[in-house]
Design a protein around this ligand. Sequence first.
Ligand SMILES: Nc1ncnc2c1ncn2[C@@H]1O[C@H](COP(=O)(O)OP(=O)(O)OP(=O)(O)O)[C@@H](O)[C@H]1O
Length: 254
Amino acid sequence: MVEQRTIGPVFAAKNLFKSYGGLRATDNLSLQLETGKIHALIGPNGAGKTTALSQLSGELQPDEGQVWFCGQDITRYSMPKRARMGVARSFQITAIFDDFTVAENVAVAVQSRAGHHFSFWRAVGRDKGINHRTNELLDLVGLAAFARRRAADLAHGQKRQLEIAMALALEPKVLLLDEPMAGMGPTESTQLAELLERLKQDFAILLVEHDMNIVFRLADIISVLVNGAVIASGTVEDIRENEDVQKAYLAEGY
Ligand SMILES: Nc1ncnc2c1ncn2[C@@H]1O[C@H](COP(=O)(O)OP(=O)(O)OP(=O)(O)O)[C@@H](O)[C@H]1O
């Protein structure tokens, strides 16, 4: 678990811009993430959510602006470097090995964090420290009962739980979650929402999510993107009542 707390924002985007030809996909985007809070980024299709997330994770460089993590300007750092520092993007940096068991997948992630990248064939499953941490993570995400199951045989929602366990193995401070509920039924979504509620006290979380019920349930702060720009930012109540937001969503036929 992450014990260290940072006062103020752990992670911040400052005045990001990104254009594709004449199209401004990110238009002066600023936002802040704090430990213990879920900040949801919402907006109609094509509003620029994925483009924004990619600049935060390091997959994409902004044309202008900065990304800060724990007081450090990380704008020019690659995605792997940011991940090593503690900025985890789910669900794109974690690749599940289908033929490994659930526990083996988590153990590989734990071991890679511990720095044994090249010896995992020999040591996975034999190192007590790694096994202990693996079991802790499986408990945390609710997969302890499935530890010995082949990863390929998990249900869709359980794979998402496994991906979260693998992301947590890297001991991040920031979780950037890219539509975690996509493709899930109501029961699986509810389970994942409960997991995020359990996790949130220890992390600064950015949630890009289409499912408004989930957003309204989980978010402490919501920022609404339209044409790459934040048109409103505030609490669930602020955003529900905001006329510009209602118009933007109505225009899209929501
Ligand atoms: N590589 C690219 N080249 C050109 N245009 C792009 C590229 N990536 C995104 N865009 C455009 O930038 C805008 C924002 O796209 P983005 O995928 O970030 O939106 P989004 O809010 O994530 O959409 P959705 O909710 O549909 O996933 C869109 O108009 C999109 O067509």
